[in-house]
Design a protein around this ligand. Structure first.
Ligand code: BGC
Length: 499
C-alpha cells in the first residue's frame, strides 16, 4: 500500500500540535510513593481498557467481512441492514471536459464553505477557484431549519456578489451550485434528497423528512438569490468526484474528520434495490453511511455510556468509535473513572474533567506528540483543558489511554476500508486488487493525527498482505469535496456539458 498527500486545503478540526518548548516547562514529579500508588490503582482500569479495545487480526478480519456482508444486505433492499447504502444518482464521473463557472456549497460540520470554480476543460482544467469559510453559530445547530438555511443563503448571496476577475458566466445563465450536504440523506434524484437524520451533534428542528434542496431553494428565494442546485452530494461523493477528476483509478472515498463515512463506485447490476433506474454508465456511486455500522465492534463501558448520553443513542456506533468528534470524549470518560478510583490527579475532581466533550480529539492528538522527558505538553493540556495537575507517571498513563483509543479507531477504520475493497473485489475479480486502486481520503482526523493514520495504514497492510497492499493507494485528497461538488454540478448542468 502506498500513501500520498495531495494539495493543501481547509477541511480540518485540528490546530497545529503544541510543542513542549512553546508551552514552557512544567514541574517535575514530586513523590515517588505517590507515583507508584497511582499506577497500582489505575492499572486494572488501563489493563481492562486495553483488552476491551484490542483489535488483533482475527477481529479485523471478522469486521471487514461483516462490513462487506452488511453492504450487500443494504444494497438488496432499503432497510436491509444497518448500512443505508444510499444510491447517489451520480452515474457519470468527471471526465476533465467540464467547462464554465460553477458554485459549491459545503455544509457538514461546524464550518460551512462556499466556493466558486472556473473550469476550463481538459486543456486548462481548474482556471481559478475562490472560497470562503464561515463558522456556523452554535445556536443554529439547535435552532430551526429556516434559521439554518437562511444563514447559509445569506452567506452565499454575499459571496456571489463578489464574483469578478477570472470568473464569468455567459449572459442569461443562472448560476448553478453543487450542494455538499454531509448528513444521511435519502437521495431521490441527483438534485434532491430527504434528510434521514442529523448527526455530529446537529439537532435542527424541522429538517428531518424534508427535501434539503427545497429547504435551500426556499431560503435562497427569501434572500432574492437566483441560483439553481444542480447536484446534491454527500462529502464522500464530492471527494470521490474531485479525486477522480485527476486520477481514473479512484474507486473509493473516505472521510475521517468530525464524522466519518465512505462511498465507492458500484456496478449497477449489484444494486438490486435500484433496478428500475437507468444508469448511463452502468455504475453509480453508493454512499454507504458506514458511520451506522455496528457489527462486532470492540466496545467498552465508556463507549456505551457515551452513546447512552448522546443525542442519538444506539445510532452511528462506528462513527462514535472511530471519528474525531468522539475520541477525546472517550478518553475524558476513561480519565474520569481513573481519577475517581485513584489519586491520579490529586484528591479532588475538577469541574472541567466532569464536563462532557471538554477534552477534544485535537487535545489527545497534541498529547501524543509530546516527546519531552516529563511530558510537559501533556501536563499543560491536562491543566488547561481539564483543570487537573499531574506528575510524570500520571501523564504517561494519560498518553497510554489516548494511544489505546486512537489505535482502536485507526485500526477499525482500516478494517472498514478493506471491507469495502473486498466487497468490490468479490464482484469483479482482479479489478480492485489486481491493479492500482485509489482510496481518496479527506478529513482532519486522518490528516492531523499521525498515530491514528499509521494505525489505519498498518491495519490495511495486515489485512491485505504485502502483495495486494502494493496495489492499494490511500491518497490524501485535501478539500476535494468542494471542487468535486462543483464538477458534479457541471455534469448535471441544465445548459449541457459545455464540451
Ligand atoms: C454523516 C455523513 C458524512 C460524514 C462525514 C457523518 O456524520 O452521516 O453523511 O459523510 O459524517 O462528514
Amino acid at each position: 500500500m502506498s500513501v500520498t498527500v495531495g494539495s493543501p486545503g481547509v477541511r480540518s478540526i485540528y490546530g497545529s500540535a503544541i510543542s513542549a518548548k512553546a508551552l514552557g516547562s512544567f514541574s517535575r514529579p514530586r513523590v515517588i510513593m505517590a507515583v507508584q500508588s497511582n499506577v497500582i490503582s489505575v492499572a486494572p482500569i488501563l489493563t481492562k481498557l486495553k483488552e476491551d479495545c484490542a483489535t488483533p487480526l482475527p477481529v479485523l478480519r471478522h469486521l471487514a467481512a461483516a462490513m462487506a456482508s452488511v453492504m450487500r444486505a443494504g444494497l438488496a433492499v432499503d432497510g436491509g441492514s444497518d448500512l443505508p447504502m444510499i444510491p447517489s444518482y451520480v452515474d457519470a464521473l468527471p471526465t476533465g471536459n467540464e467547462k464554465g463557472l460553477f458554485y459549491a456549497l459545503d455544509l457538514g460540520g461546524t464550518n460551512f464553505r462556499v466556493l466558486r470554480v472556473q473550469l476550463g476543460g481538459k486543456e486548462e482544467r481548474v482556471i481559478a477557484t475562490e472560497f470562503e469559510q464561515v463558522s456556523i453559530p452554535p445556536e443554529l445547530m439547535f435552532g430551526t431549519s429556516e434559521e439554518l438555511f437562511d444563514f447559509i443563503a445569506s452567506v452565499l448571496a454575499k459571496f456571489a456578489e463578489k464574483e469578478g476577475g477570472e470568473f464569468n458566466l455567459p449572459d442569461c445563465q443562472t448560476r448553478e451550485i453543487g450542494f455538499t450536504f454531509s448528513f444521511p440523506v435519502k437521495q431521490t434524484s441527483v438534485d434532491s434528497g430527504i434528510l434521514i437524520k442529523w448527526t455530529k451533534g446537529f439537532a435542527v428542528s424541522g429538517t428531518a423528512g424534508k427535501d434539503v434542496v427545497a429547504c435551500l431553494n426556499e431560503a435562497m428565494q427569501r434572500q432574492g438569490l437566483n441560483m439553481r442546485v444542480s447536484a446534491l452530494v454527500n462529502d464522500t461523493v464530492g471527494t470521490l468526484a474531485g479525486a477522480r477528476y485527476w486520477d481514473d483509478d479512484v474507486m473509493v472515498a473516505v472521510i475521517l474528520g468530525t464524522g466519518t463515512n465512505a462511498c465507492y463506485v458500484e456496478r449497477k447490476d449489484a444494486i438490486p434495490k435500484l433496478q428500475s433506474h437507468n444508469s448511463t454508465s452502468g455504475g453509480m456511486i453508493i454512499n454507504t453511511e458506514w458511520g451506522a455500522f455496528s457489527n462486532g465492534l470492540p466496545l467498552t463501558e465508556f463507549d456505551r455510556e457515551m452513546d447512552a448520553d448522546s443525542i442519538n443513542p444506539g445510532e452511528q456506533i462506528f462513527e462514535k468509535t472511530i471519528s474525531g468528534m468522539y475520541l477525546g470524549e472517550i478518553v475524558r470518560r476513561v480519565l474520569l473513572k481513573m481519577a475517581r478510583a485513584s489519586e491520579l490527579f490529586g484528591d479532588s475532581i475538577s469541574e472541567k474533567l466532569l464536563t462532557p466533550f471538554m477534552l477534544r480529539t485535537p487535545d489527545i492528538c497534541a498529547m501524543q506528540q509530546d516527546t519531552s522527558e516529563d511530558l510537559e505538553v501533556v501536563g499543560t493540556i491536562l491543566l488547561d483543558v481539564v483543570g487537573v495537575s499531574s506528575n510524570a507517571s500520571a501523564r504517561q498513563i494519560v498518553v497510554e489511554v489516548c494511544d489505546t483509543i486512537a489505535k482502536r479507531g485507526g485500526r477499525l477504520a482500516g478494517a472498514g476500508i478493506v471491507g469495502i475493497l473486498e466487497k468490490m473485489e468479490e464482484d469483479s475479480e482482479g479489478l480492485i486488487f489486481g491493479k492500482r486502486t485509489v482510496v481518496a481520503m479527506d478529513g482532519g482526523l486522518y490528516e492531523h493525527y499521525p498515530q491514528y493514520r499509521t494505525y489505519l495504514q498498518e491495519a490495511v497492510q495486515e489485512l491485505l498482505g504485502p502483495q495486494t497492499s502494493t496495489n492499494i493507494v490511500i491518497e490524501h485528497t485535501k478539500d476535494g469535496s468542494g471542487i468535486g461538488a462543483a464538477l458534479l454540478a457541471a455534469a448535471n448542468s441544465k445548459y449541457g456539458h459545455h464540451f
